[in-house]
Ligand binder design. Structure first.
Ligand code: CA
Length: 226
C-alpha cells in the first residue's frame, strides 16, 4: 500500500482549516494543522510533511517569510492561500516561488485538486534540461534558441510566466491577474491577442515549433520537454 502523503496546513482560521482537513482526508491525504508560521516551520524542519498549504495572513510571522524560509532549505511543494490579489505576484515570483496559489474564498475541493496536480508534476521526470528559453528578468529579455525576442511588456510577462512553469495550464483570468496591473472586462480577448502576437514572434525564430499550447475552454501552457 502506498503511504499517504501528509499535508501540513498552516492557517489561523479554524473554519477554513477544518473544512480543508475534512476534504483532504476524504481524498486520501493525511493532514496536520497548525495556526502559526513558527509551528509550521518546526514541523517542516523535522521533515514531518510532504506538502504545505500556507496561508499568507498569519498571526506571528507572515506567510511570505515562512515561504522564504522553506525555500532556503528545500523544494517542498507549497500551495499558498491568499485573500489579496496583490500578493499573488510575490507568491509565485522567482524570489519566493510557491508552486501554486488559490484565492480566498475557495472550495476545499479545488485545493485538493491543485495539490494532486502539483504532486503529479513533482513526481514526473525532469524534462526541462533543454528548455529553449533563457529569461533575464533584470534586463526583461528572453532568448529563444539563443535569439533575442523583441517583446512588449505584456508579451514578456506572459511568456516568462508560461516558460517558468512548463506544462502548467494558466487560464485567462490567472494570466490577467498575474500580468496586468488593472485587469479589465475584455481580458479574454486581450490575453488571446497577446498570445497570438507571441506565437508569431516565436514562429519567426523557429517556424517548425509552436511551444505554446492552447487548452480549449481552459487556457494556455508551455509545452513540456521542448
Ligand atoms: Ca489568516
Amino acid at each position: 500500500m502506498e503511504n499517504k502523503k501528509r499535508v501540513l496546513i498552516i492557517e489561523d482560521e479554524p473554519g477554513i482549516a477544518d473544512s480543508l482537513e475534512y476534504v483532504l482526508r476524504t481524498e486520501g491525504f493525511d493532514t496536520v494543522w497548525v495556526q502559526t508560521g513558527n509551528e509550521g516551520l518546526s514541523i517542516i524542519r523535522d521533515k514531518q510533511c510532504d506538502f504545505v498549504v500556507l496561508d499568507i495572513g498569519l498571526p506571528d510571522i507572515n506567510g511570505f517569510e515562512v515561504l522564504k524560509q522553506i525555500r532556503s532549505g528545500s523544494q517542498l511543494p507549497v500551495l499558498c492561500l491568499t485573500a489579496r490579489a496583490e500578493e499573488i505576484d510575490r507568491i509565485l515570483g522567482l524570489e519566493l516561488g510557491a508552486d501554486d496559489y488559490v484565492s480566498k474564498p475557495f472550495s476545499p475541493r479545488e485545493v485538493s485538486a491543485r495539490i494532486k496536480a502539483i504532486l503529479r508534476r513533482s513526481n514526473a521526470p525532469e524534462k526541462n534540461s533543454s528548455c529553449p528559453f533563457q529569461i533575464d528578468t533584470n534586463k526583461r529579455q528572453i532568448l529563444y534558441f539563443g535569439q533575442k525576442l523583441q517583446l512588449s511588456r505584456y508579451e514578456f510577462d506572459i511568456l516568462s510566466l508560461l516558460a517558468n512553469r512548463p506544462g502548467w495550464i494558466f487560464n485567462r483570468q490567472k494570466i490577467m491577474d498575474l500580468v496586468w496591473l488593472e485587469p479589465d472586462d475584455s481580458f479574454d480577448r486581450t490575453v488571446d491577442a497577446h498570445i497570438k502576437m507571441l506565437r508569431a514572434k516565436l514562429k519567426e525564430v523557429r517556424p517548425d515549433i509552436d511551444p505554446i499550447e492552447t487548452h480549449r475552454g481552459i487556457g494556455y501552457s508551455l509545452k513540456e520537454g521542448l
